[in-house]
Design a protein around this ligand. Structure first.
Ligand code: ADP
Length: 488
C-alpha cells in the first residue's frame, strides 16, 4: 500500500510534542513492514535542512486556490531519516511558514487551511492516487472534507485524534477560503461547532468525512465518548461505531534506545544498568545540582493546564521535602504560565536540588530521561503520553495519574490484578496534590529503603515492548480493511 501522512509535525525535524514522534515512528515501522510511506509537512523556516537528505525542489508553480485567488506553491522533496517527505512551500505574500514557529500565530487557521488546500492539489496531481491518506489533528482534518465534497474518492481517509482539546474552531468565513460555501457546509449536521454555534469546526468536518477515526489509546477512546471529555464531539464519535478505535501509540525503539542513543555520553541496557548512575552524575553536573544520595525526579512536558501544571509546580517543593531532587524541562505557549515559571526559575536559581529549564531541547531531554530515577506525569487528561514510555525505556520509573494512555501503560507496584513483571510504576486517581504526594512518597520510600525492589521495577519497564511493532500492525489492519472494503 502507499500511505500518505499529512501532518503539522515530523520528528526530529519539526517537533513540538508527541504528534511529531508519532508520525515519525509509525511511518518508519510501516515502511519496515513493506509499505510505501510519504509524509507531507509545511516547509517551516525553522527546519534544519542539513537534516534532510537529497532535498530538491520538484514543483515551482503548483496552483492553490485560496481566499478567492490563485496562488502558487513550491513543492520540495527529500528524505528524513529514510522517510520520503514532501515539503509544501507557499509562495504567498503572508509567508505562512516563515515565522520561526510551528504553531502560535494569530492566523494559524489560515496557515493550515492553505497547507491543506495546496497538499490536496499536490496529491491530486500524482500519477496514481495513494491508497490511504492519513490525517492528523485539526490542522489537516479539512482535507477529508475537501476530498469527499469534491467527490474525489480515489483514496481512503483515516484521521487520528492526538488531542481533542484542539479542534480548529474558526469563523464560517474561514471555511470559504478553501471553497466550502457557508450555506451548504455551515449547518448543525456538517461543520457548525456543537458547543459554540457561531463557530465552524474543522476537526468535526474531519470526523464526519473520514472513512475511519482513530485516537491514540483505548482508554482515551472511551473517555472522549463521554460528555466530560468529549469536548462537544462525544455524540459524533459514538455514532462512528466500529469506525472509531483507540490504538496505543508506540515509541521508535531505534531512536529512543539507551544502548545506542547518540545524544548520550555513555550507554546502558537492562542487563548493564550501572552506567545509568554515571549519566545521573553527568546530568547533575550539567544542571548544577548537588551530588548527594537523593533520587532525581523529572518532568518533561509542554507547560499547559492539561499536564497538571499546578501539581508540577507543587512537586518542585514537595519532592525536595521528601528527600529528592527535581528537574523540569518544559516550555509554554501560554504567556501567563511562561512568565510564572520564569519567576519560579529566578527564585530557585541556585537551589542545590531544583533545576528549572524553560526551553525545548531534544538533547537535554535525552539526558534527563537517562539520568533520572523517576518521571512524573500528573496530567488532567492524557490522550496517550509518550514521556512515560520513553522513561520506561531508559529505566526511569513513571509516577502518573490514571487517565487516558497513562492508565493503559503504567501499572502500579501495588496493583494485585497485574502479573509481577508488568508492574512498572506508581499511579494515582484523583487530580489533587494529596493523591500525587502519596504516590510520590511511596516511590521515594521504595528508592531509599528497598533498592532491590526498585531495581526490579526499573528493569520491568526497560523490558516492556512499547515500540511501534504492535501498534503499526493495528494501523495496517485498518488501512487494509479500508482498501479491501472488508470489516475490521
Ligand atoms: P504532548 O504531545 O501532549 O506534548 P507527549 O507525552 O505525547 O505529549 O509527547 C511529548 C514529546 O515531546 C516527548 O517526546 C517529549 O520528550 C517531548 N518534549 C516535551 N517537552 C519538551 C522539551 N521542553 N524539550 C524537549 N522535548 C520535549
Amino acid at each position: 500500500m502507499h500511505i500518505v501522512h499529512l501532518a503539522a509535525e515530523l520528528a526530529p525535524l519539526a517537533k513540538i510534542g508527541g504528534l511529531g514522534d508519532v508520525v515519525f515512528g509509525l511511518s518508519r515501522e510501516t515502511m519496515r513492514l513493506g509499505h510505501q510511506v510519504t509524509v507531507i509537512i509545511p516547509k517551516y523556516d525553522l527546519i534544519n535542512t542539513a537534516e534532510i537528505q537529497g532535498l530538491e525542489k520538484i514543483e515551482t508553480d503548483l496552483p492553490c486556490h485560496f481566499e478567492g485567488q490563485n496562488h502558487l506553491t513550491a513543492v520540495w522533496k527529500g528524505k528524513v531519516e529514510g522517510i520520503d517527505t514532501i515539503f509544501i512551500d507557499p509562495l504567498h505574500p503572508r509567508m505562512f511558514f516563515s515565522r520561526g514557529c510551528i504553531y502560535g500565530c494569530d492566523d494559524d487557521i489560515d496557515r493550515f487551511l492553505y497547507f491543506c488546500q495546496a497538499s490536496t492539489e499536490y496529491i491530486k496531481s500524482l500519477a496514481s492516487p495513494p491508497d490511504i491518506l492519513h490525517l492528523h489533528d485539526w490542522q489537516t482534518a479539512i482535507v477529508a472534507t475537501l476530498y469527499k465534497t469534491q467527490k474525489f474518492k480515489a483514496s481512503k481517509i483515516i484521521l487520528t485524534l492526538h488531542n481533542l482539546e484542539h479542534q480548529g474552531r474558526c469563523t464560517p468565513y474561514e471555511m470559504e477560503k478553501v471553497g466550502l460555501d457557508i450555506e451548504t457546509y455551515f449547518t448543525q449536521n456538517l461543520l457548525q461547532d456543537p458547543l459554540y454555534p457561531e463557530a465552524a469546526n474543522l476537526l468535526k468536518g474531519g470526523i464526519l468525512y473520514s472513512d475511519f477515526i482513530s485516537t491514540v489509546s483505548p482508554t482515551y477512546a472511551s473517555e472522549i465518548k463521554t460528555v466530560e471529555l468529549g469536548e462537544g464531539l462525544d455524540g459524533l464519535l459514538t455514532s462512528k461505531g466500529k469506525n472509531f478505535k483507540g490504538i496505543l501509540n508506540g515509541i521508535d525503539f531505534g531512536y529512543w534506545n539507551p544502548e545506542t542513543d547518540p545524544m548520550l555520553p555513555a550507554h546502558f541496557s537492562a542487563k548493564e544498568i550501572a552506567t545509568k548512575g554515571y549519566l545521573k552524575k553527568r546530568l547533575r553536573e550539567k544542571l548544577n545540582l548537588a551530588e548527594v544520595n537523593r533520587p532525581v525526579v523529572a518532568s518533561i512536558c509542554r507547560l499547559v493546564p492539561q499536564k497538571g501544571i499546578d501539581i508540577i509546580r507543587h512537586a518542585l517543593n514537595s519532592s525536595v521535602e521528601m528527600g529528592a531532587q527535581i528537574v523540569l524541562l518544559g516550555s509554554s505557549p501560554i504567556p501567563q504560565i511562561d512568565a510564572e515559571f520564569h519567576t519560579l526559575r529566578q527564585q530557585l536559581r541556585d537551589h542545590p536540588h531544583i533545576s528549572i529549564n524553560l526551553k525545548h531541547e531534544e538533547s537535554l531531554a535525552h539526558l534527563i530521561y537517562a539520568g533520572s530515577d523517576m518521571l512524573i506525569a500528573p496530567s488532567r487528561f492524557e490522550p496517550c503520553g509518550l514521556t512515560q514510555l520513553i522513561a520506561l525505556r531508559y529505566g526511569t520509573v513513571p509516577i502518573v495519574r490514571e487517565t487516558g494512555g497513562l492508565a493503559d501503560t503504567i501499572n502500579d507496584i501495588n496493583d494485585a490484578d497485574k502479573p509481577e513483571n508488568l508492574m512498572n510504576g506508581f499511579t494515582f486517581k484523583e487530580p489533587t496534590i494529596y493523591a500525587f504526594d502519596y504516590a510520590l512518597k511511596r516511590a521515594i520510600h521504595l528508592w531509599y529503603h528497598h533498592p532491590d525492589q526498585w531495581w526490579k521495577l526499573k528493569v520491568n519497564g526497560m523490558l516492556q515492548d512499547f515500540s511501534w511493532t504492535h501498534s503499526a500492525k493495528d494501523y495496517i489492519k485498518v488501512y487494509q480493511s479500508l482498501v479491501d472494503h472488508s470489516p475490521l
